[in-house]
Design a binder for this molecule. Structure first.
Ligand SMILES: *Cc1c(COP(=O)(O)O)cnc(C)c1O
Length: 370
């Protein structure tokens, strides 16, 4: 027995021939850039996210970067986010030329600790970037209220949470903009890099058209600096074929999470807190234990593809040394980096696979002395 984290081929069940024939037609037709496939995916995704607009971008990292640029955020500006996010969130802020300001994570939800955000706001703050981490939606009311009161933008990093809802509303539809990744590992996956930005602002959507195309709406009329980062037409074909199944896949992920939570109850491990009002997308299923490293080795030796997401908090990453953060600055983020372990989660895991994972997590606790 072996339990893997991904099954990419299963995502094409029933749609592969259609995808291949569409790609074949595209290759011969030659309209490779921002064609109807891209436009139709943009409207499909906007509908899925519950926003008026979606704009396809080359990756999730570029989606964050272009959103910041299009909102005019750059050198001299500060952007608040959480110390336990994936590297890309903060890399995008730094690439925009802005200064990242970190807030610690909440010890139970692993989301941004909202009680600490206000302390991080200064006259230079231009945006708050909450991350719907591991697929758990950030409760948005208080955060939006604070942002409105202080006149700063909210940019949701929804790269791990396609389809997740908070009080019935989809993530990516709360803030000024939502940024998504379709990296192959994500809940909605392209066959390579891809991303998109959702927004209700016609002005931002229009501005992004230029920002993703070297600053031009009309060829050779460059009105802003811009980048070259657009959703690829082949990836749009792949994404259009899969998007119908996103909700079903997320429901299957929630079934897996529910099983793990009940089958692992009673062990000296904890889980990301569940909250009423949320529909978690379960991009990752985390268990928390001080014996994390030992348990990881134990599971990997039994061919269970458990992994650590993420072993290094933002403030201790070498490329961010210029910001002068020290060990101890964000204790919850450090503790999560030391104690979290992802168990394999994907739609369509078999009951044999699930039972095998649970058996070995239980055996570890019963048989390996602490
Ligand atoms: C994956 C991810 C990104 C970056 O997306 P890419 O498409 O890989 O560039 C940004 N933020 C978070 C939280 C992510 O998980």
């Amino acid at each position: 027995m072996q339990v893997s984290r991904y099954d990419y081929s299963a995502q094409f069940d029933g749609v592969l021939d259609d995808v291949l024939s569409r790609i074949r037609t595209l290759l011969l037709r030659g309209d490779y850039v921002l064609n109807d496939d891209v436009r139709s995916f943009e409207s499909n995704f906007a509908r899925t996210a519950g926003t008026a607009y979606a704009r396809g971008i080359g990756s999730g990292t570029d989606a964050l970067l272009l959103t910041l640029r299009a909102l005019g955020i750059g050198p001299g500006d500060e952007v608040i986010t959480q110390a336990n996010t994936f590297y890309a969130t903060v890399a995008a802020i730094v690439h925009a030329g802005a200064t990242p300001v970190l807030v610690d994570a909440d010890d139970e939800t692993y989301l941004i600790d909202q009680s600490q955000i206000e302390r991080g706001i200064t006259a230079r703050t231009r945006a708050i970037v909450p991350v719907h981490l591991y697929g758990k939606p950030t409760p948005m009311e208080r955060l939006l209220e604070l942002a409105r009161a202080r006149g700063v933008a909210v940019i949701e990093d929804a790269a791990q949470a396609h389809g997740a809802t908070w009080n019935g509303k989809r993530v990516g539809s709360f803030g000024t903009a939502g940024c998504f990744s379709f990296h192959p590992s994500k809940n909605l996956a392209a066959a390579g890099d891809a991303g998109c930005i959702t927004t209700d602002s016609a002005e931002l959507a229009e501005s992004l058209e230029a920002y993703r195309m070297l600053g031009q709406r009309v060829q050779n009329e460059h009105t802003v600096l811009g980048m070259n980062s657009k959703l690829d037409a082949i990836q749009a074909i792949v994404l259009n074929a899969k998007i119908e199944r996103l909700d079903q896949w997320n429901a299957q992920r929630r079934d897996v999470a529910r099983y793990y939570r009940s089958a692992l109850a009673g062990l000296p491990i904890s889980f990301q807190r569940e909250d009423p009002g949320e529909e978690h997308a379960y991009h990752l299923f985390q268990i928390r234990t001080p014996r994390r490293n030992e348990l990881l080795t134990y599971l990997q030796e039994r061919k269970i593809d458990a992994v650590i997401r993420y072993p290094h908090p933002i403030h201790l990453q070498t490329p961010f040394a210029q910001f002068g953060w020290q060990r101890g600055d964000f204790p919850v983020a450090e503790s999560l980096a030391n104690e979290l372990l992802c168990l394999p989660i994907r739609p369509q895991m078999t009951k044999y696979e699930l039972a095998y994972v649970v058996e070995h997590v239980r055996n570890f606790h019963a048989l390996v002395p602490a």
